[in-house]
Design a protein around this ligand. Structure first.
Ligand SMILES: Nc1nc2c(c(=O)[nH]1)N[C@H]1C(S)=C(S)[C@@H](COP(=O)(O)O)O[C@H]1N2
Ligand SMILES: [Mo]
Length: 313
């Protein structure tokens, strides 16, 4: 049984601590020269400058943000996760203006970064999503944690695909294409595909796995003897319903888990527990409302373990 605490305000990762991932470098963009194009299978192709994007209105979206990790190592955990407050506009606002044709099935997102990746030259960063998914969920952000996007996080505008791995959230967004087929890019068809449990064919890396991470104490931390508070964050595509914490291979003890928010935010969990002096190995394991539980090993969402040293009395 998990005790549900009252709904807390979402906690955000300071921007300085948010991980940065890029495949081909950070393009330097002058916002006065920047435009966003919406084209392909639309009745009204658009070309918007930043003033026109801002004129669509600004909403906020608190959301966790997680990197899938190397497309060549789909079973290696990265633990690269953050939670930020995005500000921007839902993609639907642009699609309403552009009016996709009935034949449009997919939305392609292209960034301004170009270059080479794994021996292939002349690439641009392109991702795609089915139109109903993109229309329902994708957000176009121009601010992160109350300030304009920093260059490395996608200035001046990026896509945010909530509850999906970060690879889908295209930074330095310049072009959106409505199409009747998937985008034929190395980043859509060749890299970032994986075989999900129970499947025989690979599918695109999109929705996150159920996962959790211990935030405190941190790896290698020395803590005083007595009662320690073991805490972290858990997230999935649905609400986290339980987090177990195991000390030194012992039973999974139920942590107190914050109630799920309405949006794509992570949930805090904690367990107050006595730890004897010496070295301890602490693991956490989350279960979501769909009944998915983190595997113990061998997967990118395997349970997280930290080693801590409890000082003698
Ligand atoms: N244009 C572009 N967008 C991109 C990438 C990229 O290389 N180019 N990397 C993706 C990956 S793998 C991740 S995890 C997130 C990281 O976003 P962040 O650096 O703002 O944390 O951006 C995604 N969007
Ligand atoms: Mo990533």
């Amino acid at each position: 049984m998990t005790t549900q605490a009252p709904l807390p305000a979402p906690d955000f990762t300071p921007t300085d601590d948010v991980f940065v991932r890029k495949h081909m470098g950070v393009p330097s963009i002058d916002v006065d020269d920047w435009t966003l194009v919406v084209e392909g299978l639309v009745e009204h192709p658009l070309r918007l400058d930043m003033a026109e994007v801002l004129a669509l209105g600004t909403e906020r979206l608190p959301a966790f943000h997680e990197c899938f990790g190397s497309p060549f190592a789909p079973d290696v955990p990265t633990r690269a996760v953050a939670q930020v407050e995005w500000a921007g506009v839902p993609l639907a606002a642009l699609l309403d203006r552009a009016a996709p044709r009935a034949t449009a099935r997919h939305v392609w997102f292209e960034g301004a970064d170009t270059g080479s990746f794994h021996g292939q030259d002349g690439l641009t960063y392109v991702k795609d999503l089915p139109l109903p998914v993109a229309r329902g969920d994708v957000f176009l952000a121009h601010r992160m944690n109350g300030e304009p996007l920093r260059a490395e996080h996608g200035f001046p505008l990026r896509a945010v695909a909530p509850r999906m791995f970060g690879t889908n959230s295209v930074k330095w967004l310049t072009r959106i294409v409505l199409a009747d087929r998937r985008a034929d890019s190395v980043f859509t068809t060749r890299f970032y595909n994986r075989v999900l449990p129970g499947d025989s064919e690979p599918s695109p890396v999109r929705e996150v796995d159920v996962s959790s991470k211990l935030f405190a104490p941190g790896e290698g931390e020395e803590i005083p003897a007595g009662h320690a508070v073991l805490s972290g964050r858990a997230w999935s595509t649905s609400a986290i319903v339980a987090v177990g914490i195991s000390v030194d291979g012992g039973p999974w003890e139920p942590a107190v888990v914050d109630a799920a928010g309405a949006g794509p935010t992570w949930q805090r969990f904690s367990l107050r527990r006595e730890l004897a002096p010496g070295t301890h190995h602490i693991r956490c394991r989350a279960t979501d409302g769909a009944g998915r539980t983190q595997p113990l090993a061998g997967a990118r969402n395997s349970v997280h373990e930290v080693g801590v040293v409890v000082a003698g009395e």
